[in-house]
Design a protein around this ligand. Structure first.
Ligand code: ADP
Length: 237
């Protein structure tokens, strides 16, 4: 569903993503790990069509800049960007109109309820805390019921209820056949549920780890530190 082939992104001379190839199938939860500066956000922004790059990115078989691809893709950015003068309810209505959704109200209500925003419907974007903004951002990404979902550090800034709920939502989406690519620093938050993990170091995918690859008693954290320790500092590039 999410297919990245030989994708390279440079900022001037800096190679932030160096010939990345990865794919996430329907019903698969892929985790993207790596130290600061490894190139995770660049990869995510490139996949979502926000950056120019060399190589190929396809969503459901469509080049990522096409309308077909965008219809299939939901994106939760690292930092929520809301409209300061739209209310919470208006954000969802805006997304519903932009995607020309039918009978979206019930889904919107469900998302608001799950993320404890149902009593904040009339609050303006600018009046929301960072965590509430993050929840609205997640709601906007999920309202069109995308088949491929990319989340950049989605748990950061959420309260314990929000974290629990979003983790549950991620699993439900996976079980309903969505392809999920989630970047996180909170390895333990995904430890129980990941299917495949891509560990990035200095712009490259240094290790593709599937659950079955782990030795008995080996955790994802063990693998991460074995790969990145002493190897991940940005100034070592
Ligand atoms: P991560 O998300 O893993 O922390 P990023 O993708 O943000 O990594 O950054 C990868 C590299 O690209 C870093 O060296 C960072 O300084 C650099 N970088 C990121 N964004 C830009 C930009 N807009 N212009 C120039 N360099 C950038």
């Amino acid at each position: 569903m999410i297919d990245v082939h030989d994708m390279t992104k440079k900022y001037g001379k800096l190679v932030a993503n160096d010939s990345i190839t990865l794919s996430v199938g329907g019903g698969e939860l892929a985790v993207l790990l790596g130290p600061n500066g490894a190139g995770k956000s660049t990869l995510i922004k490139s996949v979502c069509g926000l950056l120019r790059f060399d190589g190929s990115v396809r969503i459901g078989g469509h080049e990522n800049h096409t309308t077909e691809a965008k219809r299939l893709l939901g994106y939760v950015p690292e930092f929520p960007v809301l409209y300061p003068m739209l209310t919470v309810a208006e954000h969802l209505e805006f997304i519903a109109k932009a995607y020309r959704l039918n009978a979206w109200e019930e889904k919107a209500e469900e998302l608001l309820r799950r993320f404890e925003l149902d009593d904040k419907k009339k609050k303006l974007g600018k009046e929301l805390s960072k965590g509430m903004q993050q929840k609205v951002s997640v709601g906007c990404a999920l309202l069109p019921q995308p088949k491929a979902i990319i989340m950049d550090e989605p748990l950061v800034g959420l309260d314990p209820h929000g974290i629990r709920e979003l983790k549950a939502v991620i699993l439900e989406l996976r079980d309903s056949g969505c392809a999920l690519l989630v970047s996180t620093h909170m390895i333990e938050s995904m430890e129980e549920n990941w299917d495949v993990t891509y560990i990035m170091v200095k712009g490259r995918i240094e290790r593709v780890c599937r659950r079955a690859d782990l030795a008995a008693n080996q955790s994802l954290e063990d693998v991460y530190f074995a790969i990145t320790e002493g190897n991940g500092r940005e100034d070592a590039r």
